[in-house]
Design a protein around this ligand. Sequence first.
Ligand code: SF4
Length: 238
Amino acid sequence: MYDAVAEGLRIHAYGGDEREAVATALSRAGLRPPERFFLRYPHELSGGQRQRVVIAGALVLEPELIVADEPVASLDASVRGEVLALLLRLRAELGLSALVVTHDLGLAWNIADRVAVMYLGRIIETGPVEDVLRAPRHPYTQALLSVLPEAPGDPVVLTGETPDPSRVPAGCRFHPRCHVLAAGGAERAGVATACRTEDLPALNGTGASQVACHWARARARALNGTGTGTAGPDSPTT
Ligand code: SF4
């Protein structure tokens, strides 16, 4: 495991004490005493310990930002909690920012401050986790949340072809599968043509809640009573 953690240091031609840096990173990742893990092979570790070694490999470079892609997807429920607690503790103790990529909305709810929902390579809704997951405005986010066990109402079953990233649909990229468009909701809001023809730019994922959807934007305009299309503070940004 020593070499796995030290790899980043070597790539970046670290000039300090490599052994000490590796030991510190393993220790921060909860593998103590660290020397016990130096000569271990992956098959000698549990799934949770292997994930901690991966985290140590990221920590060893003393980053300001960690990118974790499905960090607990392969772990048992009990170990998931431990690894998530570790990530949250490290974030607080080391002042780290963490970008977690996941398909698990429950995970996002438990550990995130902000969430960005992506569809076909674009952020289509973003904001504080409470806003996006409690009151989703994009039909895709609504569909994702509707299939959670505790979700009220019937689940939204998406129709249409699974998207091909090399052939992005014209207009809103979600429109071939959008249940709001299919059920006439966009038509009633006067945006059905826009859904099929007008692309929506990617959101930058910062600031207040944002959503890339003609229908959600029309609803926000109606709620704000402006009728002008000008986005208010809580209006979707497109
Ligand atoms: S822009 Fe139109 S097609 Fe796209 S998600 Fe919104 S309602 Fe559906």
